[in-house]
Write a protein that binds this ligand. Structure first.
Ligand code: SF4
Length: 274
């Protein structure tokens, strides 16, 4: 097995050769991880490279991996992206996590000048106005900091489960991420939500309080809502973009408070609509 110990930035391969090399590594790593439990997978991944990071947004799946890493001898760094628009509950579980495990989580922020320009020119809720504006905000607050966080790394570990993936039919536990030029590994690929909950309960893992309020996936506060029973768990993200009809529905009910979640059912009234 070839273990990377130098930054891949300094190894020049033609793009075609690099792609072949990395895809081959993806296949090998996938085979190598088959049949292992979570600690076994993390240990094996750790033996493959010195250029590994795990990203957490403090969702319950990420917390499973943080717990496993904190209780291992693996030298895998953990990072998070603070977009500046996170829920209070997310900061709370962040704080509890570092206190419980005595670990350091590298926190990446958006570029100050880019955020200042965005908000100055378009205001704090520009993402509600158009898909382009939403993508612009996500680029400034998430994608650009993410690129900094994974720069020079070879393997990026995530807490994604197969059930949560938009392309679950094509998804594999180990993938080549062409856009970011990095190998992505999802050690919880085959886990069910119940397995995640059972693991966290059994190990007294700090869990984001929003999960119990109907938030299966937790992102930025203005862009994430609770989902109703039977709704796809992804329905809570950027829900106002789903369709014109759903948009109208949301507007109609936008002042209604969900009694279960104690939060607004749909998006807040946009400041310009008042
Ligand atoms: S999720 Fe919303 S607030 Fe967060 S970066 Fe994307 S558009 Fe901006």
């Amino acid at each position: 097995m070839y273990k990377s110990t130098i930054s891949i930035e300094y190894v020049y391969l033609s793009p075609k050769l690099n792609l072949l090399f990395m895809k081959n590594r993806v296949e090998q790593l996938l085979k190598d991880l088959e049949g292992l439990n979570l600690p076994g997978k993390l240990e094996r991944i750790n033996s493959w490279s010195d250029l590994i990071v795990f990203s957490t947004s403090f969702g319950k799946e990420d917390q499973v991996i943080t717990h496993a890493l904190a209780n291992s001898k693996n030298q895998i760094g953990i990072f998070t992206l603070d977009t500046g628009r996170l829920f209070e509950e997310t900061y709370e579980v962040f704080h509890r996590t570092i206190n419980k495990y005595k670990i350091k989580i590298d926190t990446f922020y958006p570029d100050q000048n880019s955020v200042q320009k965005l908000v100055t020119e378009k205001g704090p809720y520009s993402f509600y106005d158009s898909v382009e504006n939403r993508k612009e905000c996500c680029f400034v607050r998430k994608i650009e900091p993410l690129k900094r966080a994974i720069k020079g790394k070879e393997i990026w570990i995530t807490g994604l489960r197969k059930e949560q993936s938009e392309n679950r039919a094509d998804m594999k536990m180990v993938e080549w991420d062409e856009a970011n030029q990095i190998i992505k590994v999802h050690p919880l690929f085959d886990w069910t939500e119940k397995q995640v909950d059972d693991f966290n309960d059994a190990n007294n893992v700090p869990v984001n309080a929003l999960h119990k309020k109907g938030f299966p996936s937790i992102g930025c506060s203005p862009c994430t809502r609770a989902v109703e029973a039977g709704e796809d768990f992804r329905a809570g993200r950027w829900w106002w973009e789903a369709s014109k009809r759903e948009e109208l529905h949301c507007r109609k009910f936008s002042r209604r408070i969900n009694p279960r979640t104690e939060r607004m059912n749909c998006r807040p009234i946009h400041p310009t609509e008042k």
